[in-house]
Write a protein that binds this ligand. Sequence first.
Ligand code: AP5
Length: 222
Amino acid sequence: MDKFINCNILLLSDTMSFRIILLGPPGSGKGTQAEKLNDDLGLITLSTGDMLREAVRNGTELGKMAKSYMDKGGLVPDDVVIGLVKEKMATLKEGFVLDGFPRTVQQAEALGEFTEIHHVINLDVDDDELVSRLTKRRSCPDCKVVYHLLFKPPMKDGICDKCGAALYQRTDDTEETVRARLKVYRDNTFPLIEYYEKKGILVNIDGRGNINEIYEAIEASL
Ligand code: AP5
């Protein structure tokens, strides 16, 4: 209960109704801030990237298909990702954070048909910083915590602080694939900023600088 009592802005009963989208380019800190929202407010994170990587890791048919898109930095087809999120969301009874979904207007429209969203947080970071962040990112395959070799290093080299698993570098975190992902973001996901602005639920947050200060800005906007 401490995490709720410590939060001077939000009450436990409020967190049950929080439905948040974290929007922003690859590397803007969606996963990092989703983890903080989970630690602080107990909001469940639904990350389509994590779900798809899990399927790749398990060698399922979905994983094999998804890998062919992910390795090139492209998007997995809308109907597949919409189906995944819809199924997962049906099991949720609490507030949640969507990390990496929606990524196209078609996904946003489908989402609007099966749930109501209260807040869309758009994290804004320039391309050069994004490339530098992603090429130095290390991820935990088990508990999904993300690190950065300079800005958020693990206490023990190559080992996850939270669960002790060996960290790895994502195959799509090479400079060439990151640049391809940024183009895909601009062409397909950037229009969602205007889409949610028109609905009056979008807040822009500067995603550069200290991770805790960015979190405070997010929390203050809720
Ligand atoms: P996904 O896993 O969703 O990747 P992404 O959107 O490209 O985002 P990232 O996870 O790379 O970055 P992030 O914003 O979470 O940043 P993070 O917090 O890790 O998707 C991967 C692929 O799956 C897609 O390319 C696509 O193929 C497929 N896919 C997924 N969803 C899909 C969908 N809906 N439709 C279709 N296809 C889909 O931070 C990055 C680094 O920066 C870390 O090292 C972190 O420690 C560091 N960092 C964070 N904040 C700061 C800060 N303030 N200062 C300095 N460093 C920081």
